[in-house]
Design a protein around this ligand. Structure first.
Ligand SMILES: Cc1cc2nc3c(=O)[nH]c(=O)nc-3n(C[C@H](O)[C@H](O)[C@H](O)COP(=O)(O)OP(=O)(O)OC[C@H]3O[C@@H](n4cnc5c(N)ncnc54)[C@H](O)[C@@H]3O)c2cc1C
Length: 316
């Protein structure tokens, strides 16, 4: 029987939605599925992962693995894989996951496929050529390692709690050489664009950086997050962490509202998986209208304040 281990990343006292989505997928694929939580003060999160399909959650709860550094996590995961005989280790895309997965692949001499959007236990699906084709990818040896794109799977909670088990923490000397000197969190209100059900994205059509307040106001009214195109990120109007597209993040919210965005292919590939796409653009020939579910031709500066007001009124 397949034995799958899912790396459960956590932020702000919660397991990341992306990790729970991967866990949900792993449990649908079948076999024995466990999660692994590494950090300081994380034990309380473990049992809850059972609702997403983990039969067990391994916990490495220790101050030595508190800072989000990759190498100590690689030590914990490598030992688990070897001792418990996991044949598959799955990750949701993140900076930390990429570091851990790559180093774990090197440590175990294993194959790593990344950027996947689906998995059936043996084969993964990987978008290629700017997401214009999907290719099936496999592994020529065990252990199989995979990183999935943000938003590839919905996290769906059912019943059940996971058995919580301790992992002995044995750190290699070289894994303790790096030290976290400082950690700063970006100021953020509301959900991240990877986790948000609603995204309001702004493009060059906003006209100037200050007008991102229109996107922020609408996002706040809808309980969503703000994203941006590369054009405005490159211009310094909004942080890179909000960029959606080929060289930014891939998102798949329930609702994606594009304000003053032309719909270039490099932007489209990052958001085309959204359930409903609404575009507001003053150019009726803008490419975004070719793939938007709902298009509004008009000046966003007139439309968005009224829309935001309407949403606020409805919500109150
Ligand atoms: C290798 C490579 C990688 C790239 N990666 C990315 C990526 O990851 N993400 C990304 O987004 N782009 C990426 N790009 C850039 C991409 O090609 C586009 O240039 C970019 O997406 C355009 O951003 P935009 O829609 O904000 O601006 P524009 O293309 O300038 O579009 C602005 C839109 O706003 C509309 N508008 C103007 N005023 C108003 C108004 N008052 N009301 C309503 N609408 C208005 C205009 O009609 C226009 O359609 C990449 C490009 C390359 C070459």
């Amino acid at each position: 029987m397949a034995k799958t281990l899912v790396f459960l990343e956590h932020h702000d006292d919660a397991i990341a939605k992306g990790s729970l989505g991967v866990l949900t997928k792993a449990s649908q694929v079948g076999g024995e599925v466990a999660g692994v939580l590494v950090g300081s003060g994380v034990r309380g999160l473990a049992a809850g992962a059972g609702a997403y399909g983990a039969g067990a959650v391994w916990v490495a709860d220790d101050e030595r693995v508190g800072p989000p550094l990759p190498q100590p996590r690689v030590d914990v995961l490598a030992k688990l894989v070897r001792d418990e005989g996991y044949d598959t280790v799955l990750f949701a895309q993140s900076v930390l996951a990429a570091d851990v997965a790559a180093a774990l692949a090197a440590r175990l001499d294993a194959g790593l496929n990344w950027g996947l959007v689906d998995f059936d236990g043996e084969t993964g699906k990987a978008p290629q050529l700017s997401d214009t084709v999907y290719v099936d990818v496999g592994w020529s040896s065990y252990v199989k390692l995979a990183i999935f794109r943000a938003g590839a799977f919905d996290a769906s909670a059912g019943e059940g709690t996971a058995e919580v088990k301790d992992v002995p923490i044995e750190l290699e000397d070289f894994s303790t050489q790096a030290e976290m000197v400082e950690q700063a969190h970006a100021e953020q209100q509301g959900p991240s664009i990877e986790d948000a059900d609603v995204i309001v994205a702004g493009g060059r059509g906003l006209g100037e950086p200050e007008k991102f307040s229109l996107a922020e106001g609408l996002a706040q009214a809808l309980g969503g997050a703000v994203a941006a195109t590369r054009a405005v990120v490159d211009a310094g109007w909004y942080p890179y962490s909000a960029q959606v597209g080929q060289t930014g993040k891939t998102v798949s919210p329930k609702l994606y509202i594009a304000l003053g965005i032309s719909g270039a292919i490099q932007h489209k590939v990052g958001m085309q998986g959204s359930n409903v796409i609404v575009a507001i653009n003053k150019d009726p020939n803008a490419p975004i209208f070719e793939f938007a579910d709902l298009g509004v031709v008009g000046d966003l500066h007139e439309i968005v304040p009224k829309l935001t007001e309407l949403v606020r009124a409805r919500r109150s």
